[in-house]
Design a protein. Sequence first.
Length: 694
Amino acid sequence: MFSRCLASPPALPPTSCRGVACRLPRNGTPLICSPFSAINTRRNHISYNGSACTMRFLNAVYHGLLVGLVPNTQKNGRLILGVGRSISSERQEDSDEDDRDITANTVQTAIVLSKEVLTIQRSLLNQIVERRELASSAKDSVGTKEKEPASYNQSNSSFSNLDGDENLEVSAVTIVQALDEQQDESPKEGILDSSPVANPNAMNVIVVAAECAPWSKTGGLGDVVGELPKALARRGHRVMVVAPKYGNYAEPKGVGVLKRYKVDGQDLEVTYYHAYIDCVDFVFIDSPVFRHIENDIYGGNRRDILKRMVLLCRVAVEVPWYIPCGGVCYGDENLVFIANDWHTSLLPVYLKAYYRDMGLMKYARSLLVIHNIAYQGRGPVDDFSLVDLPDHYLDLFKFYDPVGGEHFNIFAAGLKTADRVVTVSHGYAWELKTPEGGWGLHEIISDNDWKFRGIVNGISTEIWNPNSDVYLTSDGYTNYSLETLQLGKAQCKAALQHELGLPVRGDVPIIAFIGRLDYQKGVDLIAEAKPWLVGQDLQIVMLGTGRRDLEDMIRGIESAHRDKARAWIGFSVKMAHRITAGADVLLMPSRFEPCGLNQLYAMMYGTVPVVHYVGGLRDTVQQFDPLNDVGLGWTFERAEANRMIQALQHCLDTYRNHKKSWERLQVRGMMQDLSWDNAAQRYEEVLIAAKYQW
Ligand SMILES: Nc1ncnc2c1ncn2[C@@H]1O[C@H](COP(=O)(O)OP(=O)(O)O[C@H]2O[C@H](CO)[C@@H](O)[C@H](O)[C@H]2O)[C@@H](O)[C@H]1O
């Protein structure tokens, strides 16, 4: 098996794709894409608003915008800009005279460049403008002879190694002029505020997952993969998401790259689609094995699912070499992969076995995020033959526990191999190290505690925002904010009751449940509590899909109590939003909950959570304390129906009899900053730790 691996070693990337370096076509091609209308190419050079510079420089500028572009020194009236290590590390490739015809890439790069230059950091703009003003005031005071501001000539600059390289020069004045012109056309605040921050620790980050909202989503993983990358990009990282292409997606366009991978002896053709949205490169992998399963992305037999995940991981690990995003491949320096759950736990293993063990991708690192340890990619030991690894890697996967006996466990191998491991809350991080919470993997997690950390998920405050929610603009629903909470929520509640055919009554509390119908989510506790629930003056709305018996169970509750209960079986994003807005209470009796997103969404909509005190629900829902008027909802200590009923009794008492307390609860929930920005900062700390780990 080892020799099979060696017989088809992973191909080395083309030299033009190994870093930021790309070559221009032999014949000059005018690039008319710049808002400055002044980017032109000559052989190996680009004239940018009249200043000669190399494509490498433009690429470096592109990266420099992300890592911080620093005025360095001035020479012959031109400002030399240092862009950190990306330039110096690429300089030796300048001597390579091998031009490559990459016109399309070059044009694309210039397009990206021209867009990115507009989002150049406020600090750079200010520095340059300040210096220009300094220069002109100095000029005024001295007369006709232009005098350089002293700061231009700092010989101790950290970028002094760039001195003298003509190719790295660009006229500061032309940049300033271009920015000035652009400011006339566009709202300054908008451009600058949405730009990535300068970040000295900026990295290339590739998030790999089996699902990515809004294109594919079966639960919280999709939401996280759709949003965390954007928050990392806002922090100045260059971020890509790699996910399978399950359907026909509108935005991503084919990139014209075709590759073949062998999985379980079968040749699989792979093409790639790309979209650049909110400063993130979304790369979708198209292959026959992924097509037409958008409604059942984890469907099929165990071996089929495993083969899909093998393909995803094998392709993803090479994407930084082969897929030009904005004309430039990510390359493997300063690179961190973020794998998610067992589906992509093979990625850290492939990174090690195929590359780092062979002296390739030496500086690339991997981070594995545990969203749910209950799914581990277990199978018989024979499954090892499907993952195409050297024989000595079997020990990483072979795992014994009393439940599964000796078996093949993909999550186990990923946890051991990844450079860092994160899970999605502090509560769950603790639980994972216990025999109950770790689902057999607790010892591996404890053994790797040094590289393990909990980071609470954030949420998209654009998609899940009652003030701009696109699903609240029709059918009687309305958008609302903190200021219009009581009126707006009452209207949404009436619209929900109307849409579901429940009695339209403002005074009756609506208790909602949204989630996968399985053991984890504790929906059976609702069935157990049914006699109490239906004896109350309340309405209960349940949205979910999953286990057939649980679907039948909630259907049964509805058919026995049509005036009080509704069960929506299926996956409906629209209904999830509408129920979150229209309900008064969100019930989450989850037996375990790594983080939970629905309680966060609920709080943003003034919907009060009642949750089992477990995992991420402990971290995010502080128990209401009426004496001190603090807290965000109600928690119950054990996943038992009577405990849940007690918590609901307290909750309904406050709803009915303490309106002001209730409103303050709602307001406290809505006023929290639950955005991804905090979590992204924590992730960045982990990325940095991984980068400097040897
Ligand atoms: N029938 C339905 N129709 C429409 N939308 C539906 C739906 N059922 C669920 N959803 C949506 O799917 C998402 C569920 O997210 P959760 O975080 O609650 O659970 P999940 O268990 O999938 O995620 C796992 O990963 C996430 C992310 O890390 C962790 O928060 C979580 O604890 C862990 O179990 C929400 O956006 C919810 O609205």
